[in-house]
Ligand binder design. Structure first.
Ligand SMILES: [Fe+2]
Length: 236
């Protein structure tokens, strides 16, 4: 796999965005995503332009900040499906969530009150950026015990993984799968986030791609354009 990705100059080509977007804040009024139906449809339109056919709607679920219930998310997905149909946009939408790794999430897992997707029953979850939460291993263990596959959101973003590559292997051994934000591949040479995205990709640790789009802005429009700038060299 390595030799297929490394160009003669020692740099890599980024992966193309997949037709499946595993992480997107497309539902209106549930979190820090779109404020209304019009802006939600703008996201849908951009995804279709990019070649995405299926999107997992993953609003934040945080006990204090975004206490979204499963029923509220399912209702919002049903409304969004109607909107997409009325707009003639060929985009399939699946219900999911981006769960914050906290004690309240553990209770929801125990109650099987979580939204999962795919045959693997992926459950997308996120961690604080600086350091892993105390409950991280409990979250992973509980998800696995309950028959789900833990999928870490935007894996390249966490400083504790950028600083400690062994921690990535440890999570992998625990059964964690890795979602990467596609825009991270377009970050400049100096970006640690971009560096980790590329490393995960070439090591075969990129399980699913997502846009993590919150609104239809210009940064996503370049995703399907040819990758013109040079990528950073891979860390040894
Ligand atoms: Fe997100």
């Amino acid at each position: 796999m390595f030799s297929l990705l490394i160009r003669r100059d020692g740099l890599i080509d980024p992966p193309a965005m997949s037709e499946f977007d595993a992480h997107c804040h497309i539902l209106p009024r549930l979190d820090d995503g779109p404020a209304d139906e019009r802006t939600a449809l703008a996201i849908a339109r951009l995804l279709v332009e990019m070649g995405v056919r299926t999107v997992v709607a993953t609003p934040h679920v945080m006990i204090d900040t975004y206490p979204n219930t499963t029923d509220a998310i399912l209702a919002a997905v049903r409304s969004m499906r109607r909107l997409l149909k009325d707009s003639g946009l060929p985009l399939e939408i699946i219900a999911g969530a981006e769960y914050y790794a906290e004690r309240g999430f553990l209770a929801r897992i125990e109650a099987h009150d979580v939204l999962c997707f795919g045959e693997e029953r992926f459950v997308l979850f996120e961690s604080p950026v600086e350091r892993p939460p105390m409950v991280l291993e409990d979250v992973v263990f509980s998800l696995k015990t309950a028959g789900y596959t833990p999928l870490l959101a935007h894996t390249e973003r966490y400083r504790f993984l950028q600083d400690d590559k062994d921690a990535i292997l440890s999570l992998r051994r625990l059964g964690v799968r890795f979602q990467i934000n596609h825009p991270s591949f377009l970050l400049p040479r100096t970006s640690r986030r971009g560096e980790l995205a590329r490393l995960l990709y070439v090591k075969g640790f990129m399980d699913l791609l997502g846009t993590d789009m919150h609104r239809a802005t210009a940064e996503y429009r370049v995703q399907t354009a040819p990758f013109l700038s040079r990528n950073p060299r891979l860390p040894s």
